[in-house]
Design a protein around this ligand. Structure first.
Ligand SMILES: Cc1cc2nc3c(=O)[nH]c(=O)nc-3n(C[C@H](O)[C@H](O)[C@H](O)COP(=O)(O)OP(=O)(O)OC[C@H]3O[C@@H](n4cnc5c(N)ncnc54)[C@H](O)[C@@H]3O)c2cc1C
Length: 290
Protein backbone atom coordinates (compact mmCIF):
# COMPACT_ATOMS: atom_id res chain seq x y z
CA UNK A 1 0.00 0.00 0.00
CA UNK A 2 1.15 3.58 -0.61
CA UNK A 3 0.98 6.21 2.12
CA UNK A 4 -1.44 9.12 1.88
CA UNK A 5 0.22 12.06 0.18
CA UNK A 6 2.24 14.43 2.34
CA UNK A 7 4.54 17.36 1.88
CA UNK A 8 8.15 16.46 2.66
CA UNK A 9 10.71 18.78 4.24
CA UNK A 10 14.38 18.03 4.93
CA UNK A 11 15.67 20.84 7.16
CA UNK A 12 19.44 21.15 7.63
CA UNK A 13 19.41 22.73 11.09
CA UNK A 14 17.56 22.32 14.39
CA UNK A 15 16.29 25.89 14.13
CA UNK A 16 14.77 25.21 10.72
CA UNK A 17 13.23 21.91 11.89
CA UNK A 18 11.73 23.46 15.02
CA UNK A 19 10.38 26.34 12.90
CA UNK A 20 8.60 23.88 10.57
CA UNK A 21 7.24 21.79 13.46
CA UNK A 22 5.93 24.91 15.16
CA UNK A 23 4.39 26.23 11.94
CA UNK A 24 2.51 23.03 11.06
CA UNK A 25 1.69 21.97 14.64
CA UNK A 26 -0.08 18.64 14.98
CA UNK A 27 -0.22 18.21 11.19
CA UNK A 28 3.56 17.68 11.17
CA UNK A 29 5.47 14.51 12.03
CA UNK A 30 9.19 14.10 12.64
CA UNK A 31 10.95 11.38 10.67
CA UNK A 32 14.48 10.23 11.55
CA UNK A 33 15.42 6.79 10.14
CA UNK A 34 11.82 6.12 9.12
CA UNK A 35 11.96 2.47 10.26
CA UNK A 36 8.87 2.76 12.45
CA UNK A 37 7.20 5.73 10.81
CA UNK A 38 7.30 4.60 7.17
CA UNK A 39 5.62 1.22 7.87
CA UNK A 40 2.88 3.08 9.78
CA UNK A 41 2.35 5.50 6.89
CA UNK A 42 2.41 2.74 4.29
CA UNK A 43 -0.12 0.64 6.20
CA UNK A 44 -2.18 3.83 6.59
CA UNK A 45 -2.28 3.33 10.33
CA UNK A 46 -1.29 7.01 10.49
CA UNK A 47 -1.13 9.93 8.11
CA UNK A 48 0.32 13.43 8.39
CA UNK A 49 0.10 16.25 5.86
CA UNK A 50 3.71 17.30 6.60
CA UNK A 51 6.70 15.02 7.24
CA UNK A 52 9.79 16.73 8.62
CA UNK A 53 12.84 14.56 7.91
CA UNK A 54 15.47 15.48 10.51
CA UNK A 55 18.07 12.98 9.27
CA UNK A 56 20.06 15.65 7.41
CA UNK A 57 20.58 17.88 10.43
CA UNK A 58 24.31 18.10 11.10
CA UNK A 59 25.83 17.38 14.49
CA UNK A 60 23.26 14.96 15.92
CA UNK A 61 25.22 11.81 15.13
CA UNK A 62 28.02 11.11 17.62
CA UNK A 63 29.05 8.92 20.56
CA UNK A 64 31.44 10.52 23.05
CA UNK A 65 32.28 10.68 26.73
CA UNK A 66 31.99 14.22 27.98
CA UNK A 67 32.55 14.93 31.68
CA UNK A 68 30.19 12.78 33.73
CA UNK A 69 28.20 11.44 30.75
CA UNK A 70 28.39 9.24 27.72
CA UNK A 71 26.59 11.38 25.17
CA UNK A 72 24.87 9.90 22.13
CA UNK A 73 23.38 12.15 19.45
CA UNK A 74 19.73 11.33 18.73
CA UNK A 75 20.48 10.57 15.05
CA UNK A 76 23.09 7.93 15.89
CA UNK A 77 22.04 4.67 14.24
CA UNK A 78 21.91 1.23 15.82
CA UNK A 79 24.73 0.08 13.55
CA UNK A 80 26.91 2.96 14.77
CA UNK A 81 26.24 1.90 18.36
CA UNK A 82 27.03 -1.69 17.42
CA UNK A 83 30.33 -0.68 15.74
CA UNK A 84 31.53 1.89 18.28
CA UNK A 85 34.81 0.85 19.93
CA UNK A 86 33.97 2.97 22.99
CA UNK A 87 30.66 1.15 23.45
CA UNK A 88 32.23 -2.25 22.83
CA UNK A 89 34.89 -1.59 25.46
CA UNK A 90 32.94 0.30 28.13
CA UNK A 91 29.17 0.15 27.59
CA UNK A 92 28.56 -3.44 26.58
CA UNK A 93 24.87 -3.45 27.60
CA UNK A 94 24.06 -0.87 24.90
CA UNK A 95 25.66 -3.03 22.23
CA UNK A 96 23.87 -6.12 23.55
CA UNK A 97 20.54 -4.38 22.99
CA UNK A 98 21.47 -2.77 19.65
CA UNK A 99 22.58 -6.00 17.97
CA UNK A 100 19.28 -7.69 18.84
CA UNK A 101 17.12 -5.07 17.15
CA UNK A 102 15.48 -6.32 13.95
CA UNK A 103 18.01 -6.90 11.14
CA UNK A 104 20.97 -4.99 9.66
CA UNK A 105 18.70 -3.13 7.21
CA UNK A 106 16.59 -1.66 10.02
CA UNK A 107 19.63 -1.04 12.22
CA UNK A 108 21.40 0.77 9.42
CA UNK A 109 18.70 3.47 9.25
CA UNK A 110 16.99 3.29 12.66
CA UNK A 111 18.23 5.87 15.17
CA UNK A 112 18.43 5.71 18.95
CA UNK A 113 16.36 8.90 19.18
CA UNK A 114 13.65 7.33 17.02
CA UNK A 115 13.73 4.05 18.89
CA UNK A 116 13.02 5.87 22.17
CA UNK A 117 10.69 8.59 20.81
CA UNK A 118 8.41 6.06 19.13
CA UNK A 119 7.16 5.13 22.62
CA UNK A 120 6.69 1.47 21.72
CA UNK A 121 6.81 -0.66 24.92
CA UNK A 122 8.42 -3.41 22.80
CA UNK A 123 11.30 -1.28 21.55
CA UNK A 124 14.53 -2.33 23.18
CA UNK A 125 16.46 0.88 23.86
CA UNK A 126 14.16 2.59 26.40
CA UNK A 127 14.54 -0.14 29.07
CA UNK A 128 18.33 -0.04 28.72
CA UNK A 129 18.48 3.74 29.06
CA UNK A 130 16.17 3.53 32.11
CA UNK A 131 18.38 0.87 33.76
CA UNK A 132 21.42 3.09 33.17
CA UNK A 133 19.68 6.08 34.79
CA UNK A 134 19.90 7.91 31.48
CA UNK A 135 18.71 11.40 30.72
CA UNK A 136 17.31 12.84 27.52
CA UNK A 137 17.96 16.27 26.10
CA UNK A 138 14.96 17.82 24.39
CA UNK A 139 15.33 20.86 22.15
CA UNK A 140 12.41 23.18 21.38
CA UNK A 141 11.71 26.80 20.66
CA UNK A 142 12.38 27.73 24.29
CA UNK A 143 15.84 26.10 24.15
CA UNK A 144 17.08 22.85 25.67
CA UNK A 145 15.88 20.89 28.69
CA UNK A 146 17.05 17.61 30.21
CA UNK A 147 14.65 15.05 31.65
CA UNK A 148 14.99 11.59 33.22
CA UNK A 149 14.57 8.84 30.62
CA UNK A 150 12.23 7.12 33.05
CA UNK A 151 9.66 9.90 32.75
CA UNK A 152 9.77 10.24 28.94
CA UNK A 153 7.32 7.53 27.84
CA UNK A 154 4.05 7.91 29.70
CA UNK A 155 1.93 5.25 27.97
CA UNK A 156 1.96 3.07 24.82
CA UNK A 157 3.23 5.24 21.96
CA UNK A 158 2.86 8.35 24.12
CA UNK A 159 5.71 10.58 25.26
CA UNK A 160 6.08 13.91 27.02
CA UNK A 161 7.31 15.56 23.79
CA UNK A 162 5.39 18.77 23.10
CA UNK A 163 4.67 20.40 19.76
CA UNK A 164 7.89 21.67 18.16
CA UNK A 165 10.18 19.58 20.37
CA UNK A 166 12.91 17.23 19.14
CA UNK A 167 14.94 14.76 21.20
CA UNK A 168 18.51 15.87 20.59
CA UNK A 169 20.72 13.80 22.90
CA UNK A 170 20.82 10.72 25.11
CA UNK A 171 23.01 11.08 28.22
CA UNK A 172 24.24 8.12 30.25
CA UNK A 173 26.22 8.55 33.47
CA UNK A 174 29.80 7.34 32.90
CA UNK A 175 30.29 3.94 34.55
CA UNK A 176 32.75 3.52 37.35
CA UNK A 177 35.09 0.52 37.41
CA UNK A 178 32.97 -1.73 39.59
CA UNK A 179 29.79 -1.96 37.62
CA UNK A 180 28.30 -4.37 35.14
CA UNK A 181 25.11 -4.95 33.28
CA UNK A 182 23.43 -6.93 30.56
CA UNK A 183 20.36 -6.98 28.33
CA UNK A 184 18.56 -10.29 27.94
CA UNK A 185 15.86 -10.51 25.30
CA UNK A 186 13.68 -13.58 24.91
CA UNK A 187 12.34 -13.72 21.36
CA UNK A 188 10.71 -16.33 19.17
CA UNK A 189 13.01 -15.87 16.18
CA UNK A 190 16.12 -13.84 15.40
CA UNK A 191 15.16 -10.24 14.62
CA UNK A 192 11.79 -10.41 16.37
CA UNK A 193 10.44 -8.08 19.00
CA UNK A 194 10.68 -9.70 22.43
CA UNK A 195 8.29 -11.88 24.37
CA UNK A 196 9.93 -10.17 27.35
CA UNK A 197 13.30 -8.50 27.88
CA UNK A 198 15.23 -7.05 30.82
CA UNK A 199 18.09 -4.62 31.26
CA UNK A 200 19.99 -4.82 34.56
CA UNK A 201 22.88 -2.63 35.62
CA UNK A 202 24.60 -3.04 38.99
CA UNK A 203 27.29 -0.97 40.70
CA UNK A 204 29.01 -2.65 43.63
CA UNK A 205 31.06 -1.38 46.56
CA UNK A 206 34.39 -2.63 47.93
CA UNK A 207 32.60 -5.27 49.98
CA UNK A 208 30.84 -6.62 46.90
CA UNK A 209 27.46 -5.26 47.98
CA UNK A 210 25.18 -3.68 45.39
CA UNK A 211 25.54 0.10 45.71
CA UNK A 212 23.06 0.91 42.93
CA UNK A 213 20.76 -1.27 40.87
CA UNK A 214 19.02 -0.20 37.67
CA UNK A 215 16.36 -2.44 36.13
CA UNK A 216 14.36 -1.70 32.95
CA UNK A 217 11.74 -3.98 31.39
CA UNK A 218 10.63 -4.35 27.76
CA UNK A 219 7.33 -5.78 26.43
CA UNK A 220 5.76 -6.48 29.82
CA UNK A 221 3.66 -3.39 30.36
CA UNK A 222 1.93 -0.53 28.57
CA UNK A 223 5.25 1.32 28.53
CA UNK A 224 8.87 0.43 29.25
CA UNK A 225 8.95 -0.11 33.00
CA UNK A 226 11.43 0.59 35.77
CA UNK A 227 11.36 -2.23 38.36
CA UNK A 228 11.88 0.05 41.34
CA UNK A 229 11.02 -2.49 44.05
CA UNK A 230 13.45 -4.95 42.50
CA UNK A 231 16.14 -2.25 42.47
CA UNK A 232 15.58 -1.38 46.17
CA UNK A 233 15.61 -5.09 47.11
CA UNK A 234 19.02 -5.64 45.51
CA UNK A 235 20.67 -2.54 46.95
CA UNK A 236 22.95 -3.29 49.90
CA UNK A 237 23.05 -7.03 49.16
CA UNK A 238 25.67 -9.45 47.89
CA UNK A 239 24.14 -11.47 45.08
CA UNK A 240 23.76 -15.22 45.11
CA UNK A 241 21.25 -17.40 43.33
CA UNK A 242 18.67 -17.21 46.10
CA UNK A 243 18.84 -13.38 46.23
CA UNK A 244 18.51 -13.28 42.43
CA UNK A 245 15.45 -15.56 42.56
CA UNK A 246 13.79 -13.48 45.25
CA UNK A 247 14.50 -10.30 43.28
CA UNK A 248 13.08 -11.89 40.12
CA UNK A 249 9.79 -12.61 41.91
CA UNK A 250 9.60 -8.96 42.98
CA UNK A 251 10.41 -7.77 39.44
CA UNK A 252 7.65 -9.98 38.00
CA UNK A 253 5.18 -8.50 40.52
CA UNK A 254 5.99 -5.07 39.05
CA UNK A 255 5.28 -6.17 35.47
CA UNK A 256 1.90 -5.88 33.77
CA UNK A 257 1.98 -7.85 30.50
CA UNK A 258 -1.01 -8.50 28.25
CA UNK A 259 -1.74 -11.63 26.21
CA UNK A 260 -1.02 -11.24 22.51
CA UNK A 261 0.69 -12.84 19.50
CA UNK A 262 3.92 -13.20 21.52
CA UNK A 263 2.30 -15.23 24.30
CA UNK A 264 -0.14 -15.17 27.20
CA UNK A 265 0.39 -12.76 30.08
CA UNK A 266 1.18 -15.72 32.32
CA UNK A 267 3.81 -17.06 29.91
CA UNK A 268 5.45 -13.63 29.64
CA UNK A 269 5.70 -13.47 33.44
CA UNK A 270 7.37 -16.90 33.53
CA UNK A 271 9.82 -15.82 30.84
CA UNK A 272 10.53 -12.58 32.70
CA UNK A 273 11.19 -14.51 35.91
CA UNK A 274 13.77 -16.72 34.22
CA UNK A 275 15.60 -13.96 32.36
CA UNK A 276 15.57 -11.71 35.45
CA UNK A 277 17.50 -14.34 37.46
CA UNK A 278 19.99 -14.73 34.61
CA UNK A 279 20.38 -10.97 34.10
CA UNK A 280 20.99 -10.27 37.81
CA UNK A 281 23.57 -13.07 38.12
CA UNK A 282 25.34 -12.06 34.90
CA UNK A 283 25.42 -8.37 35.78
CA UNK A 284 26.87 -9.14 39.21
CA UNK A 285 29.55 -11.40 37.70
CA UNK A 286 30.46 -8.61 35.26
CA UNK A 287 30.55 -6.01 38.03
CA UNK A 288 32.94 -8.21 40.04
CA UNK A 289 35.57 -8.11 37.27
CA UNK A 290 37.31 -5.00 38.58
C1 LIG B 1 10.92 -5.20 10.58
C2 LIG B 1 11.19 -4.37 11.81
C3 LIG B 1 11.58 -5.00 12.98
C4 LIG B 1 11.84 -4.25 14.12
N1 LIG B 1 12.28 -4.88 15.25
C5 LIG B 1 12.61 -4.15 16.34
C6 LIG B 1 13.15 -4.75 17.51
O1 LIG B 1 13.34 -5.96 17.60
N2 LIG B 1 13.45 -3.95 18.56
C7 LIG B 1 13.29 -2.59 18.52
O2 LIG B 1 13.61 -1.90 19.48
N3 LIG B 1 12.78 -2.00 17.43
C8 LIG B 1 12.45 -2.73 16.35
N4 LIG B 1 11.93 -2.11 15.26
C9 LIG B 1 11.62 -0.67 15.34
C10 LIG B 1 12.80 0.16 14.99
O3 LIG B 1 14.01 -0.31 15.47
C11 LIG B 1 12.72 1.52 15.65
O4 LIG B 1 11.51 1.86 16.18
C12 LIG B 1 13.11 2.53 14.66
O5 LIG B 1 14.37 2.28 14.17
C13 LIG B 1 12.96 3.96 15.16
O6 LIG B 1 14.00 4.78 14.76
P1 LIG B 1 13.86 5.66 13.45
O7 LIG B 1 15.04 6.55 13.46
O8 LIG B 1 13.71 4.77 12.28
O9 LIG B 1 12.54 6.48 13.77
P2 LIG B 1 11.33 6.90 12.82
O10 LIG B 1 10.65 5.72 12.28
O11 LIG B 1 11.80 7.92 11.86
O12 LIG B 1 10.42 7.62 13.92
C14 LIG B 1 9.76 6.88 14.90
C15 LIG B 1 8.96 7.82 15.80
O13 LIG B 1 9.83 8.62 16.58
C16 LIG B 1 9.67 10.02 16.28
N5 LIG B 1 11.04 10.57 16.28
C17 LIG B 1 12.11 10.05 15.63
N6 LIG B 1 13.22 10.72 15.96
C18 LIG B 1 12.85 11.68 16.84
C19 LIG B 1 13.57 12.68 17.55
N7 LIG B 1 14.89 12.81 17.47
N8 LIG B 1 12.87 13.50 18.35
C20 LIG B 1 11.53 13.38 18.48
N9 LIG B 1 10.79 12.44 17.84
C21 LIG B 1 11.46 11.60 17.03
C22 LIG B 1 8.94 10.08 14.96
O14 LIG B 1 8.13 11.23 14.85
C23 LIG B 1 8.10 8.81 15.04
O15 LIG B 1 6.96 9.05 15.83
C24 LIG B 1 11.67 -2.84 14.10
C25 LIG B 1 11.26 -2.20 12.91
C26 LIG B 1 11.03 -2.96 11.78
C27 LIG B 1 10.61 -2.26 10.52
Amino acid sequence: MHPSSFEYFAPKSMEEAIGLLTKFGEDAKIMAGGQSLIPLLKLRMASFPYVIDISRIEGLDYIEEKGKFLEIGALTTMIEIEDSELIKERYRILREAAVQIADPLVRNRGTIGGNISHGDPSNDMPAVIIALDGKLEITGKQGKKVIDADSFITDSFTTVLQEGEIMSKIMIPVFDGSSGGCYIKQKKNAGDFSVAAIAVHLSIDKEDRVRRAGIGLTSVGPRPLRAEKGERFLEGKRINDSVAREAANIIVSESDPTSDFYGSADYKKKVLNRIAVEAINTSYERAMVR
